[in-house]
Design a protein around this ligand. Structure first.
Ligand SMILES: [Zn+2]
Length: 256
């Protein structure tokens, strides 16, 4: 019995690059279990510190022809969106950009999970992770044009413009310091979680879930989301756009 248990315990959690989601990552080791700035988190909106976005945040992504593919635990698109850069206080220049998806969502807002979460990951020239933008989606009646292009990219080279979905001039977002949500769970990653929840159709969602939560042969049928982590001593900042255009659009929406 002891031997059986020890054999069981010695089975690596990552076999041939496959990440196990059977326990939503609660059994991952090293910094994944010992870190104090881990991601994802549950964002408690009433506890977030409010700041105006006057310091500026600029992504400046360019459109790029890409192909996406299902990896052993994700659907990923990599592109040389070379003009991608981020400015929050001090200017940082990023290089490679990759984006991928988790279903159900990894971040929660006030304890609510969503159907899908997109992560836009940027690294610097040394390969260090700079930031990840998280965008949440929920299933609704209308399809999402951006996601349609992502789905097309699996079968044919497709021109994708990240600014179609990362409209940083208008967006409000939550910011905190966290980690990668997959092993090695590297910390010191800056997170930007968009406040606006995007809508996707049931068919579009199935493109992702058919490979993950829709099948028991992947992650025990749980999907590919890591469980939320303790906030510990971190704070979450809510960046609110001070752009008058937002106010203008709100007024128009109210009138019509
Ligand atoms: Zn991710």
């Amino acid at each position: 019995m002891v031997t059986l248990i020890s054999i069981f315990l010695s089975i690596p959690l990552i076999v041939s690059g496959t990440i196990s989601y059977c326990s939503h990552g609660t059994d991952w080791t090293d910094i994944c279990s010992t870190g104090s700035k881990q991601s994802p988190i549950n964002i408690v909106t009433s506890s977030a510190t409010k700041k105006e976005k006057s310091e500026g945040i600029n992504f400046n992504f360019t459109s790029h022809k890409v192909e996406g593919e299902f990896t052993d635990h994700n659907f990923e698109i990599e592109g040389n969106f070379v003009d991608g850069k981020l400015k929050v206080g001090s200017l940082k220049k990023g290089y490679g950009v990759q984006f991928h998806f988790h279903a159900p969502s990894e971040h929660q807002i006030d304890g609510n999970s969503y159907d899908l979460e997109m992560h836009v990951v940027q690294k610097d020239s040394a390969g260090n992770y700079l930031f990840v933008v998280g965008i949440l989606f929920k299933k609704g009646s209308s399809s999402n044009d951006f996601i349609e292009k992502v789905i097309d990219s699996e079968t044919e080279e497709t021109k994708i413009d990240l600014t179609d979905i990362l409209d940083d001039d208008l967006a409000n977002f939550y910011y905190y310091e966290g980690s990668l949500t997959t092993p090695p769970c590297t910390e010191s990653v800056e997170w930007f979680v968009w406040e606006e929840i995007q809508e996707i159709s049931e068919e579009q969602l199935e493109f992702f879930t058919s490979k993950w939560a829709g099948t028991s042969s992947f992650g025990c049928g749980n999907g590919n989301n890591r469980a939320v982590q303790n906030l510990n001593s971190r704070t979450v900042t809510y960046y609110e756009s001070s752009n008058l255009l937002v106010l203008g659009l709100s007024v128009i929406a109210f009138i019509f």
